[in-house]
Design a binder for this molecule. Structure first.
Ligand SMILES: [Zn+2]
Length: 404
């Protein structure tokens, strides 16, 4: 879809993207300041600013503070000039959003994926996107969609190599989505897009060393190093769910034994509760599930622990211990400034966070740990969808000016 472009044009695109990002971050800024921040000449800034004014993504407003001489005209970023689409797949469901250029969610929808095949997933995505588009009216939508999917994703080829949760192997997902939706698609693992969301739109913007750990049905990390997603040799870095915690622990679908995921995922918590329940009468879990052990979920265990149930608390503390072992290793290995916990289990808050932090303090080396904070996501369930839209927003300037 993108035509071949020569050197001068490529350079222009790169410069334009830099100025666009600086304008978006500042929201209101003078041309002189833009030149200063990007290191580009005043003439280049002026040409690019004219382009932004022409498509309405910037407007000239009033006068800024002057340090003497003529007060400067300020450029104001207009985040509603164009919108971005993002979708995250989890538990046989798409969460799809349309955001403005500042990643604020304007519309959102959840669409079930009935039989869990890639074909059905694409159909459900198409239907959800059509519904959202019909709510937008005349606003321009950038001609691309960002996707956060389960599994190991070859980002460059857009192929989902293996997603054990849904039994997908070597699925050319980008190609399928592009053919069906008639727009570009960017596909990445959902924990990686969660990390992008935390980096760009979380409570701690400006942090360059960040690790987002998503814990739900699966467990994975998105690693941000020097302000960028760390991908690894074939874009599969961050499979924290499959580091070994117990050498002879429960068998994992990946073929290994005692993987972190088999000890701290929502399913693992429920399984452990079911086992302990057989040996104990002294717990309110019995009252919460009646005679239906299949009704035990991680949510129910957390609910009982919040009410002071000691068996449920024991299960959460065990979960925190296993997770703490893994995160202490992460701290020693990566020396992150921030670890953000997300996903249905990860975002439970203090009841998990407190024993987890204690475990990490017990195990990690004091010096690397002295730079690290561990917190719960502030984006909540939207980390994945906003992160997926961010795959498009990162390329907003190119997409806005793309010749079709
Ligand atoms: Zn595994």
């Amino acid at each position: 879809m993108t035509e071949r472009i020569g050197q001068p044009e490529l350079l222009k695109e790169i410069n334009r993207s830099r100025v666009f990002d600086a304008l978006r971050a500042a929201h209101l800024i003078s041309r002189a300041k833009l030149a200063q921040q990007t290191g580009l000449s005043r003439a280049t800034i002026s040409t690019l600013a004219d382009e932004f004014l022409q498509i309405g993504v910037a407007e000239d407003v009033g006068f800024g503070d002057s340090t003497g001489g003529r007060p400067p005209v300020m450029l104001k970023f207009n985040p509603n000039t164009a919108l971005a689409l993002g979708a995250r797949m989890r538990d046989h469901e798409w969460g799809i959003v349309i955001t403005n250029l500042n990643a604020q969610i304007l519309h959102q929808i959840n669409v079930p994926i009935t039989d869990g095949t890639p074909e059905t997933a694409v159909k459900a995505l198409k239907q959800g996107v059509a519904t959202l588009k019909s709510q937008v009216g005349r606003q321009k939508i950038l001609p691309a969609i960002g996707l956060g999917t389960p599994g190991l994703v070859d980002m460059h080829a857009g192929v989902i190599k293996t997603a054990v949760d849904v039994s997908w192997f070597d699925v050319p997902f980008r190609e399928m989505v592009e053919a069906s939706l008639g727009m570009k698609a960017f596909v990445t693992n959902r924990s990686k897009v969660g990390a992008l969301a935390e980096l760009w739109h979380g409570a701690n913007q400006g942090i360059k060393e960040l690790i987002y750990v998503s814990i739900g049905t699966g467990v994975a990390a998105g690693i941000i190093h020097e302000g960028k997603l760390f991908m690894g040799a074939n874009s599969s870095a961050g499979e924290l769910g499959h580091v070994t915690i117990l050498p002879d622990g429960p068998l994992c679908p990946c073929g290994n034994k005692g993987c972190l995921q088999q000890l701290v995922s929502g399913v693992a918590i429920a399984n452990r509760a079911r086992e302990k329940l057989r040996q104990s009468d002294d717990t309110i879990l019995h009252a919460l599930i009646g005679t239906h052990p299949e009704r035990i979920t991680a949510d129910v265990v957390f609910q009982a622990a919040e009410q002071g149930d000691s068996l449920a608390k024991e299960i959460i503390d065990e979960t925190a211990m296993y997770l703490g072992i893994a995160l202490a290793n992460v701290v020693n290995l990566f020396n992150p400034e921030l670890i953000v916990l997300g996903g249905p289990v990860g975002q439970k808050g203090e009841i998990l966070l407190e024993p987890l932090q204690a475990e990490v303090r017990r195990r990690a080396m004091a010096y690397p740990l002295s730079a690290t904070r561990i917190i719960t996501t502030v984006l909540g369930p939207n980390a994945g969808t906003v992160g997926a839209a961010t795959l498009v927003l990162q390329r907003a300037s190119d997409l806005l000016f793309e010749r079709t």
